[in-house]
Ligand binder design. Sequence first.
Ligand SMILES: Nc1nc2c(ncn2[C@@H]2O[C@H](COP(=O)(O)OP(=O)(O)OP(=O)(O)O)[C@@H](O)[C@H]2O)c(=O)[nH]1
Ligand SMILES: [Mg+2]
Length: 311
Amino acid sequence: MGFFGKLTGSLRKTRETFVKGVDSVFRVDQVNEELFERLEETLILSDVGMHGAAEICKRLRGAAKKLRVSSSAELKKEFVNVICEMLAPESKEGESSGAGQEVAVKIAPKKVILVVGVNGVGKTTTVGKLAFFLKNQGERVSVAAADTFRDAAAAQLAIWVERAGVRFVKNQATGDPGAVVFDAIKDAKEQEIDVLICDTAGRLHNKKNLMAELHKIGSIIERNCPNAVKEVFLVLDATTGQTAISQAREFKSVVDVTGIVLTKLDGTSKGGVVLGVRSELDVPIRFVGLGENLEDLLVFDPREFAAALFG
Ligand SMILES: Nc1nc2c(ncn2[C@@H]2O[C@H](COP(=O)(O)OP(=O)(O)OP(=O)(O)O)[C@@H](O)[C@H]2O)c(=O)[nH]1
Ligand SMILES: [Mg+2]
């Protein structure tokens, strides 16, 4: 099964609820205010949330007016276009910007990815899948076990790292995540690693501690690899619906989130949350998690996603 087939299969339940609901809104002859109201209501009820639903309807109204859309079939087409536009990353995003400037010496690591999120959303699993993905892209990858809060965390990560076949840095001695990241950066320089991925704890004694620690790890990365591209991937669990959106808001206020990884899209009917997250955050969705295996991580492509949903 290809990537697209896998995505379509994973979105089956979302198609059954969200898409069916939306389809029924468009199954009328007239494009009128009532249709827009029903659409907004349907979107709110299907995990897109208030903010996302309002934005979609506003954009769709604008497009309908501009293009003088008169049939509901045409309007549905525009609806899919609006969704693609909303999901598309900002053009300012610099995935291809490399290390930011031309430098003669080789930078190692070129990129440091900090993976954050509350407990149980799928951070460690995502780190494993992401390591495997990047390795297959030809990158030299290392993983840092910076979740030192839970005893079993490093052991769980070690299994993923072994499956992915990448380098692993842990540090049982200090129990300090900052120290692990520091060691991993040092190791990455020595080993000429391209991408360093740091797993982090999802739970500390309290939320304030968690955010303070993420902040500290961020400064260690900044100080020790000023020339590397820094990414903060926020992992959100799609099955939690609106909760994922409020977590996103909370993390974004503390750390500079550069991308979202939306996990557990397989088997949930709450796929509409993709739209809510994107509209709420103004941060691109980079990857989606579609299962518990190494290869179950897909680069998020808005057009493909919309096609898998509505195609
Ligand atoms: N179906 C499905 N399950 C997933 C996916 N990603 C993660 N999981 C499962 O979610 C559970 C939690 O995953 P972890 O990776 O341990 O989550 P975490 O965020 O690291 O958790 P803490 O370290 O406790 O904060 C595991 O049972 C994973 O197998 C996904 O994309 N699909
Ligand atoms: Mg974990």
